[in-house]
Design a protein around this ligand. Structure first.
Ligand code: UDP
Length: 253
């Protein structure tokens, strides 16, 4: 049962505009990722929200990259709503940062090595130090403002199990797609999560998270992005209301 009193279904895979979205209870979804990693299935995970969805409509190469993801997670409230409306499937919201924290926790007992790629140099360093303080085996990190192949050479050498890429959309997913042959077990775009872990940015308070209003909190707290977040949210709802019924959302299994 979720906080709106609705019964969340068991794990389902849903084809949402050609993206394979994992739906169900958040813990079940995350456990499924853990099982896949343990079974050495290579994973490219996208945390699907309205901004990523709209960027993919604008940029065909980005759409192509995220269509190649193994799974999408229902990160945005709009995606959760659209899947319920058109597919009649109720899923928890599964935010990227929570999933990253969950996997880092699992990494301690499973002896997984972690690599962080993205954010400003001082921020990613601080995020790595914070995780190491919490006994996560961070084997390397690199900022997200590079123009050469230094990070991929390092990843090639270090062979991390978990590769978190925090360079914002579309750069992070495009980079993962272009480097899918690197030796990792899971790669996931995590947006501004390193800023939150480093403590330089605050996450929306629990109330906003529970009410699925994180986008609203971001809008009121970040003046620079004032115009874009609500416009994106509205564009997403209109797009999905008008063509969601045309077979763009169906249960795979
Ligand atoms: N970032 C980066 N390289 C870039 C552009 C951005 O590493 O070329 C980082 C930025 O420093 C921040 C993160 O990407 O840590 C997320 O940025 P944003 O807030 O735009 O992403 P969102 O959380 O909205 O996906």
């Amino acid at each position: 049962m979720n906080i709106f009193g609705m019964v969340v279904e068991r794990l389902n895979e849903v084809d949402f505009y050609n993206y394979k979205v994992l739906c169900g209870e958040a813990n079940e979804i995350r456990d499924h990722l853990v099982t896949c990693i343990e079974n050495s299935k290579k994973l490219f995970i996208v945390t699907l929200n309205s901004q990523i969805f709209l960027k993919a409509l604008e940029l065909p190469e980005y759409n192509d990259a995220i269509e190649h993801a193994t799974f999408h997670l229902p990160d945005g409230a709009g995606v959760v709503w659209a899947i319920k409306k058109h597919c009649k499937i109720i899923t928890d919201r599964v935010p990227g940062i929570d999933t990253m924290q969950y996997l880092c926790e699992e990494s301690k007992t499973r002896r997984w090595k972690v690599y962080l790629l993205g954010a400003k140099p001082d921020v990613v360093k601080l995020a790595a130090e914070k995780l190491i303080e919490h006994s996560v085996d961070v084997v390397g990190y690199h900022h997200g403002y590079f123009t050469d192949e230094t990070p991929s050479r390092e990843i090639e050498k270090l062979k991390p199990d978990l590769l978190f890429v925090g360079m914002g959309a579309p750069r992070q997913e495009l980079w993962i797609h272009d480097h899918i042959d690197l030796p990792f077990k899971l790669a996931m775009g995590v947006g501004g999560s390193f800023d939150v872990i480093a403590g330089v940015k605050k996450r929306a308070p629990k109330f906003f998270q529970r009410m699925r209003l994180e986008w609203f909190y971001r809008w009121i707290s970040e003046p620079i992005s004032r115009s874009s977040v609500p416009v994106d949210v509205l564009k997403f709802y209109f797009k999905v209301i008008f063509d969601g019924k045309d077979g763009n959302c169906k249960k795979i299994h």
